[in-house]
Ligand binder design. Structure first.
Ligand SMILES: *Cc1c(COP(=O)(O)O)cnc(C)c1O
Length: 457
């Protein structure tokens, strides 16, 4: 029997030393963020209360490649390069002629892809003399990553955790505290934004938009504190391209190129990180993968939102970003993939979707957990709730290959493990997980209070 190669590894010496910026390779640049008062493009000074200058520069850079600092590479080497797996046993169970590869980011200290950006963000903030970082966290993955990175670079870290996840995932909070962070249930009584929401409903389960408002409010009010965002922004997607750069090398080492790349999208960072280096190759005519974003049916910003300027947070404190949005007031149902419960999508990814360079698909959570169970029972890894969406889309594609007989190469990112998300699996296995149908009326209500931005602004 021929030996199966499951794991495709790179040496530490092959770790990429640059991040990739897709913007200069696009046919047009994405529309700029606007100041909500003047409706003029925001400048570096507008962002300085929230971010250090090195990150602001990366947010707007037109360079194609950005060098990764040596201090960051040294930390990356704790778990990078991460493995690429061929899912032989899943393929066999599906009876598919497709070849399925997954890039596994669950090997990081936080158990997800989030440290790829948490580490450089903490590094640049420490370099700028910042004392404390504030942030929000949905499922707790980003908070865990930033708590870990803050500990390494001697920063304090204060985190507002979406109430629904705080209640569902107590061990996530513990993990952040182990790394030295302070964690609050959001909405909290510590900020004006939180108090305003709690006045209407003290039991509010929260949202990423609300938690962002709280973290931004605290950072904006103190010159020693800065804010860190775990997704959505250009510099975050830039840092995550380490995933795709490694995957390119790994697939090339076994003589493969992807026909289809699928990934889950909350704010777009693991998806952009995996796919942008492949999009570069596609735009240069060197390969031609179909690239597909997968979002939850209960928070479908790409497939049911509008492409418009909107706030990144609920209280309306951030710059206006042109993105696919369900409206900054939209509160998604408390589904188990907390990391996908964001009303908007990365402006860069939204622009790329508008350019027709990627496709999008929305899937209900029960199909996703069903796929994850099949994956766990064949590949041995319990996925985080978010990438169950990517796996379900992989399985759909592989099943289509079974019907058509096509031998497609499918690539995805298994962007985190689900060891701290077992309550979600428990709900699924006990038959307690449901798919809420979100009505057009509810989406319309979310979109009713979009900020008015004149065309051409
Ligand atoms: C945060 C998170 C997501 C959603 O964020 P993206 O920016 O869309 O990647 C998805 N999966 C995992 C495991 C996460 O931690």
């Amino acid at each position: 029997m021929a030996e199966l190669q499951h794991k495709i590894l790179l040496d530490e010496s092959q770790l990429p030393t640059q991040w990739y910026n897709v913007v200069p390779d696009l046919p047009s640049p994405p529309p700029p963020p606007l100041h909500p008062g003047t409706l003029q493009p925001v400048g570096p000074d507008d962002l300085a209360p929230l971010f250090p200058m090195d990150l602001i520069a990366q947010e707007v850079t037109t360079e194609r490649f950005v060098d990764i600092p040596g201090e960051v590479l040294d930390v990356y080497k704790l778990w990078r390069p991460s493995p690429l797996y061929r899912a032989h046993r899943l393929e066999k169970a599906l009876g598919t002629p497709a070849r399925i590869y997954y890039k596994y980011e669950g090997v990081s200290p936080a158990g997800s892809h989030k440290p790829n950006t948490a580490v450089p963000q903490a590094y640049y903030n420490a370099k700028a003399g910042v004392r404390k970082l504030t942030t929000e966290t949905g499922a707790g993955q980003w908070g865990t990553a930033l708590a870990f990175a803050s500990a390494l670079f001697g920063l304090e870290c204060e985190i507002w955790m979406v109430g629904a996840s705080y209640d569902q995932k107590p061990y996530r909070r513990t993990m952040m505290e182990v790394f030295g962070a302070t964690v609050h249930r959001s909405p909290s009584d510590l900020t004006e934004a939180g108090r305003a929401i709690r006045a209407g409903n003290p039991e509010h389960t929260g949202s990423l938009g609300i938690a962002i408002s709280e973290a931004v409010e605290v950072a904006a009010g103190d010159p020693e504190i800065r804010y860190a965002l775990g997704s959505v922004l250009n510099h975050v997607l830039l840092h995550q391209t380490i995933i795709g750069e490694e995957a390119l090398l790994q697939l090339a080492s076994v003589g493969e190129a992807p026909d289809v790349i699928v990934g889950c999208t909350g704010g777009g960072s693991n998806f952009g990180g995996l796919t942008f280096p492949f999009l570069r190759e596609k735009l240069a005519g060197r390969m031609s993968p179909t690239i597909r974003a997968v979002e939850p049916a209960s928070c479908p910003s790409l497939t049911r939102g509008v492409y418009a300027y909107d706030f990144g947070d609920t209280a309306g404190m951030t710059p206006l970003m042109k993105m696919h949005t369900l409206g900054h007031g939209f509160i998604p149902d408390p589904i188990h993939a907390g990391g996908l419960r964001y009303h908007g999508m990365s402006p860069l990814l939204s622009h790329i979707y508008e350019l027709g360079l990627i496709e999008a698909l929305a899937l209900p959570q029960t199909e996703c957990f069903g796929a994850a169970i099949q994956f766990a029972r064949t590949e041995g890894i319990v996925p985080a709730p978010e990438p169950t969406h990517a796996i379900a889309a992989c399985i759909r594609e592989a099943q289509a290959c079974t019907e058509s007989g096509e031998e497609k190469v499918i690539l995805t990112a298994l962007c985190g493990h689900g060891h701290l998300d077992l309550a979600a699996y428990d709900a699924y296995l006990a038959g307690r997980m449901v798919d809420e149908d979100v009505t057009d009326e509810r989406f319309a209500a979310g979109l009713a209070d979009l900020p008015r931005v004149p065309a051409g602004a």
